[in-house]
Write a protein that binds this ligand. Sequence first.
Ligand code: CS2
Length: 491
Amino acid sequence: MSLARLSRGASLPAGVAAPGYAPEAHGVGIVHLGLGAFHRAHQAVYTDAALAAEGGDWRIAGASLRSRAPADELSAQDGRYTLIERHPEGPRARVIGSIARALHAGSDAAALRAALLAPETRIVSLTVTEKGYGIDRRTGGADRADPVVAQDLARPDAAEGVLGRLVDALAARRAAGIAPFAVLSCDNLPHNGATVRGAAIDFAAARDPALGAFVAREVAFPSTMVDRITPARTEATLADAQRLTGYRDLAAIETEPFSQWVVEDAFPAGRPAWDRGGAVFVRDVAPYEAMKLTMLNGAHSLIAYTGVVAGFALVRDAMAEPAMRELVARHLSAAAATLDPVPGIDLARYARDLLARFENPHIAHKCAQIAMDGTEKMPQRILAPALKAMRAGQPVRPFAFALAAFMRFALARDDDGAAYAISDPRADAMDAAAASAGDAAVLAQRLHGIGALGDSPLREDPLWMASVTAILQEMLERPMRAVIAAEAERG
Ligand code: CS2
């Protein structure tokens, strides 16, 4: 029996929470770009709680940017889906009703544009991954070398990229006298609101300087820190959804019990009562964001690169290796030492909680999933705290170790010699650099020069480069597991 029946009055078994409101009675107020598992495990859940607590016309029209499948799966179920939370005592299911419509950006382009132009749309939120925006991290502007950005600048009325679609909609609203929406980037970019704002202003100004000035003056880009570990769904996810709810659910997703959302409260046209779902509104998100990017995400990248090479398939497998766990704990304290105080947060406790989250035996989070797009992630996760540590005279070795692991990963062969694919927008440059595997110093220099990795002043720092090169040399000579053991021994 399909979950679609729920919107026609069918009921759920006891123990499975249903939306605490009548979804179809609420209008759409948000357009969301990027309908993947993370959105469904995070913002859509907070919106579901907000609708239950305070109502309002805040349902979501979501658009999947790449594949059609998520849009089809959700549409077939009137937007309903099962959220499975993997608790220690067993999985818990809840049906979410906040998604009103699910579109595919490519084939439903006109419907998506209409939703972006609708006066009722007061927020456009995004989870499109770091690389999905087409931002030139060096200039902070739109990346003219990105083919989609270049195409959208040439044909603004047929935009296919994220910046192009946002700016096209803002321009059309301005022309029609409709107030702009707030743009809420929920990706792990440094200063996500300000970063996307800078690129959107640049893109708009390239079309028309007055439009650039309008975006700068009139459009809010609140920053936000989002957190919930959400592995890609598997057959087990779908089987559990069916077992727990009694319905076949093609759009089910699974996630951890923990969830955190810190948002800058800058929504000129209003927002859902996300605080009723546990979101925290603050004036300045920066300290929370730095904490999460450098501690959680930095440690994640360390685990992912060592893990893929050493043959730990899952984060929890790596954590089960005592030496690896020690290196993760070492990384967390080095990252914490670079942070300014974070209001209301005890960083030692945050680090302990992270270790437990990574160890969660019920979450099957693949190292290979986290290892994707390293050239987009390493600058803010590893190089930014490393630079702070270097300048403050604090230990940098944990960061050098994580970067060296990324470099070893770039060789695309694990300790057993098995090849794996590298999924990264700069995979070609990584592959070209890997030809220097015979010389750790050259390999390190070349890989450190790719994309935003090349923008870090650390690349010019002989001490840093010597440290990275020495660790990489070891990783080239010995199996990763042996290097991990020796490194943990070293402390
Ligand atoms: C992970 C994140 O894949 C990755 O790069 O580090 O997706 C991480 O799981 C989330 O940011 C957790 O909130």
